[in-house]
Design a protein around this ligand. Structure first.
Ligand SMILES: Cc1cc2nc3c(=O)[nH]c(=O)nc-3n(C[C@H](O)[C@H](O)[C@H](O)COP(=O)(O)OP(=O)(O)OC[C@H]3O[C@@H](n4cnc5c(N)ncnc54)[C@H](O)[C@@H]3O)c2cc1C
Length: 343
């Protein structure tokens, strides 16, 4: 049985360092502890909220019920033809596993280096960066149904992955506790450096084409990310606070007539993705400070807790940015992290 505590501060369990308490809290390290925690919650009719690294949550109020820190550990693998299927327990750290797989010569995750958080949370928003998404590597996951307590396997189709989206943010929201995920990696590197900043960094560092491999790609991704994004340990943040909005071709054309310099990335379906950071920057918010919270001065997409800020203040600032972007561009921004306590 895991130790279950009452009225536990979650400030050190969320990368925005927002003050909030869990009514009940426990850390589970294996499936037996997870089942025991679920039984405890069931017997008291408590809502169960899983957390991993807390790098994609906004705590705007105390959390009632049982917060379960999903710290299940373990990694195993098997060869399936030319693919290495690696199964990671939910509590394994994403970046450490990217590095560990690289060391083993298992490739595919290198563009996703340095994304904070746990393996178990990665499918929730189909994490992505530098031209690669989790769904590109995904094989399956195992989860426990909070309602029935039953084990359920999801394959890629069942996860309904989209841009920073999955079934776990929609029809299956709050229903499953992911216990492990399996990714298909390869011993034959397939370099993806289509993303312009990554391509430039790789080309600048490689002395010959032979040097361009997954290790260099991972190192360059880490370098770019360290330059661009504030370290949550130093300046608490949740990474990108908004998704990059998708707009129709007609709306893109109309905007381009007014803002010819607007960056936009055409999607396969004809829509365009507009960088939310550019929209926020155009509205003059880069570096804005509102009390103890603000917009990062080097990356307008990142909202930061400057020390002592709370969730309500942060959401107020987010609403101010959304209003400004909507007024100027007629585009609705959508918050990327999961917000607790504001609904
Ligand atoms: C500096 C910084 C940079 C970032 N860069 C990126 C990026 O490039 N790309 C990107 O996609 N994201 C990025 N993120 C967001 C974040 O790293 C990812 O969303 C990550 O997957 C969150 O993992 P976590 O363990 O911290 O999840 P948490 O914040 O703990 O949880 C997020 C959500 O997942 C649920 N959850 C967590 N674990 C489980 C589980 N085992 N079972 C069921 N539900 C679960 C929680 O209930 C919550 O709703 C960044 C964040 C930061 C702070």
């Amino acid at each position: 049985m895991p130790v279950i505590q009452q009225n536990v501060s979650l400030q050190s369990f969320n990368s925005l360092a927002l003050p909030a308490e869990a009514e009940f809290f426990c850390t589970v390290r294996d499936r037996a502890e997870l089942r025991a925690a679920l039984q405890f919650a069931h017997s008291r009719q408590l809502v169960v909220t899983p957390i991993g690294g807390g790098s994609n949550i906004v705590l705007a109020a105390n959390l009632s019920g049982l917060v379960v820190h999903m710290d299940l550990r373990g990694v195993s693998h098997r060869a399936v033809g030319r693919v290495i299927e690696v199964t990671f327990a939910a509590g394994e750290n994403w970046h450490q596993q990217v590095q560990s797989c690289l060391e083993q010569g298992w490739y595919g995750m290198e563009n996703l280096a340095l994304i904070p958080g746990s393996m178990g949370a990665a499918p929730i928003q189909n994490i992505g960066a530098y031209g690669v998404e989790l769904s590109d590597l995904f094989v399956s996951l195992n989860a426990i149904d909070k309602l029935s307590g039953e084990a359920v396997e999801f394959d890629r189709a069942a996860c309904q992955f989209g841009y920073r989206d999955s079934v776990f943010k929609n029809a299956a929201r709050d229903r499953y506790l992911i216990v492990d995920i399996t990714l298909g990696l390869t011993t034959q590197p397939q370099i993806n450096i289509q993303y312009p900043a990554l391509q430039a960094a790789v080309n600048q560092h490689a002395r010959s084409a032979a040097e361009i491999g997954p290790e260099l790609v991972s190192a360059m991704v880490c370098q770019i990310r360290r330059q661009k994004l504030p370290d949550p340990e130093l300046i608490p943040n949740a990474g990108s606070f908004f998704k990059n909005p998708l707009v129709t071709r007609a709306q893109t054309d109309a905007l381009l007539r007014r803002y010819p310099q607007m960056p936009h990335y055409a999607q396969a379906d004809g829509d365009s993705k507009i960088p939310a950071a550019w929209l926020i920057e155009q509205c003059g918010f880069k570096g804005t400070v509102r009390g103890a919270v603000g917009v990062h001065d080097r990356q307008a997409l990142v909202l930061v807790n400057l020390g002592g800020g709370n969730g309500a203040e942060l959401l107020e600032l987010a609403a101010e940015l959304c209003d400004a972007v909507k007024q100027r561009f007629a585009i609705e921004l959508e918050i990327e992290p999961r917000v607790y306590g504001a609904d």
